[in-house]
Design a protein around this ligand. Structure first.
Ligand code: C2E
Ligand code: MG
Ligand code: MG
Ligand code: MG
Length: 282
């Protein structure tokens, strides 16, 4: 498996490659141990109705709480999980945990929230993907209308012919679908109208540049307008300043997430925020 062309022949396990291979194997072992030891946790970032600051939903964001290294962000382990295939059992756990959480909140009498869950491109290659999701929805008894599955633009474009029918199947289960990080991929706008999508999430990069200049604002406005014309909900990601929030609101974007309102929270902290019912930027 690990061979590299060098001169005329293949050198198996050069010193450096050996080191890399060992390191990778260690990481893989750690990751799979973490799954067994239940070291993963979901944090929840509030999704806010910009007009009045009310929390209307959350996005589940995974963290690896390693007993030695502390809280590890998803970008540091999701790629390895995807390479090794561990993303499959991990994604099952994420989906189950997020759905159970919705049910727990509902039973506790908390105000209803939508739960956004990030999908991995690899899941679309799993022949049991749709069946697995259907099973989790059924077993947890969650109302599928509360569940929003987030798919990035690049995931869609990778294999549109296979993905499109699966999106329709997912919709058939009663969940909503969102395009995450919209505007950063290379999707043809023509595809948008074919896809059974409910939500566009404006990528943080555009929100960040709102203060930068007229052209940057023009792009954000165009995405919001596009969403409105296609009758999609639009969510702005990564709102950090009052100025950004005001611009987005006046441009017709009604939902947002970002550090201005709240960072992703552990479940207890999220519940506390929810009991205060309103999260304002003040
Ligand atoms: P994403 O789905 O686009 O999530 C948004 C990311 O932006 C999160 O980073 C969030 O903490 C961060 N963020 C939110 N508001 C702000 C803000 O105002 N400023 C800044 N600078 N950042 C903000 P996080 O949690 O590190 O997640 C990174 C990516 O990892 C996610 O991007 C998503 O693609 C992936 N990911 C996270 N959780 C999962 C999961 O459960 N499954 C899968 N497959 N991927 C996940
Ligand atoms: Mg997301
Ligand atoms: Mg995003
Ligand atoms: Mg992202």
């Amino acid at each position: 498996r690990s061979k590299r062309r060098q001169g005329s022949g293949y050198h198996f396990f050069s010193e450096e490659m050996n080191h890399q291979a060992v390191q990778r194997l260690q990481q893989e072992v750690q990751l799979s141990r973490a799954l067994n030891q239940q070291e993963f946790e979901l944090h929840y970032q509030p999704k806010i109705r910009l007009a009045d600051g009310v929390m209307v939903g959350v996005e589940a964001l995974i963290r690896w709480n390693d007993p030695v290294r502390g809280m590890i962000p998803p970008n540091d382990f999701i790629p390895l999980a995807e390479e090794t295939g561990l993303i499959m059992p991990l994604s099952q756990w994420i989906m189950t945990e997020a759905c159970q959480q919705v049910v727990r909140w509902q039973k506790a009498g908390l105000p209803p929230l939508t739960m956004a869950i990030n999908l991995s491109a690899r899941q679309f290659q799993d022949p049991l993907f749709i069946e697995n999701i259907a099973n989790i929805l059924r077993k947890t008894g969650v109302n599928p209308a509360c569940i929003e599955l987030e798919i990035t633009e690049s995931m869609l474009m990778e294999n549109m012919d296979d993905v499109l029918p699966m999106l329709h199947q997912l919709k058939g289960l009663g969940v909503s679908l969102a395009i995450d990080d919209f505007g950063t991929g290379y999707s043809s706008l023509a595809y948008l109208k074919q896809m059974p999508i409910d939500v566009l999430k404006v990528d943080r990069a555009f929100v960040k540049d709102i203060g930068a200049g007229k052209k940057d604002r023009a792009i954000t406005c165009a995405i919001i307008l596009l969403a409105q014309q296609l009758e999609l909900k639009v969510v702005a990601e990564g709102i950090e300043t009052q100025e950004q929030a005001e611009f987005l609101t006046s441009s017709g974007c009604n939902l947002g997430q970002g550090f201005l309102y709240s960072r992703p929270l552990q479940v207890a902290a999220l519940e506390k925020a929810l009991r205060n019912t309103q999260l304002t930027s003040a």
